[in-house]
Design a protein around this ligand. Sequence first.
Ligand code: GAF
Length: 377
Amino acid sequence: MQFLNYFKPELTIESPGRINIIGEHTDYNMGFVLPTAIEKKITFKFQKNGSDKICHVHSKGYDTGFELSLDNIAISNVEWENYILGVLNEISKRTDKLRGFDCVLESHVPIGSGVSSSAALECGLAFGLNEMFGLGLSRMDIVELSQAAEHTYAGTKCGIMDQFASVMSKEGHVILLDCESLEYSYIPIQIQPYKILLLNTNVSHNLASGEYNKRRAQCETGVSALKKNHPGVKSLRDATMDMLNDIKDTLDSTVYNRCAYVIQEKDRVLEAVEALKANNLKRVGELLYETHEGLSTMYEVSCPELDFLVEFTKNHEAVLGARMMGGGFGGCTINLIHEDAIDDFVAAASKAYKKACNLELTWFEASPSKGTSILNE
Ligand code: GAF
């Protein structure tokens, strides 16, 4: 792209991916989640280009880019462009202060791995433009407009967890977020000698976005049925297993299972927080396994590769717990593992994964990191 010849960035932003300890598919059901940002980030460099409307975005690693006009922010058939376009569209709805800019980004957040490279992309762009043009957006505005961008331009009716974690995280802490009230607190993560290890299946099954929206709709169907007996139930957050069992006969078994998983998962998050605070990592690990079981058999968002990796850990005492993480249908498992065992464990897991799934395993340690920031802030 031509602008690269005269690119003199005036601002650099780092925008992280995220992990989630527990609380999967609970965010859009108004429950609790326990995420944090990780040290894998997208770096954005920006300059104003003097134009009123013309913008350029170039992705360094992928050596691809595009030009757009703020007058015509139409949905693209190139997937990653929609995260950018969606954010620009949402910003334009909120302010008329946006002008032409050039942006070069470089991503170290693995794509399709369940660590939310999409939220990192949306939030980093919004954060940088807010700084550069003085748009007056708060961090929470950035979270909400990035989520809206994903709904309208990428077509995934996601909850708020990923954007919230990317923007609001604090080093060394996880966030206990109540997705209904949006109240949150930071919980220090002191888990030595254990570490958080991500195993990447390196598969990303295509179903993800369509199946995700389907799960959300199934939960809404469950809520509508619950409301007939309990008008106060606004979301699965308000429901109990007793309420659900009362109407079991009237529900499709798939809808019943989806709702039961969510109701159980929201309680697991709170139990995991208590266990973390009491330094009872053994219990945290057990809860991770329970979550995986629910995601695999009741919510049905796992896949053979994820199930294999979780099952594999069960023969390794050094692993306290493991589960698939994120939306599902591929991506990473999150594992709580003794630090001394990591090398031997990943060697054995890689070999077994290759043999069982004929795929290469990759892995990385994740430590709770800060949210979106200006470099050298
Ligand atoms: C994806 C979504 F973007 C999140 O909002 C969340 O629902 C998650 O899947 C599942 O917990 O990452």
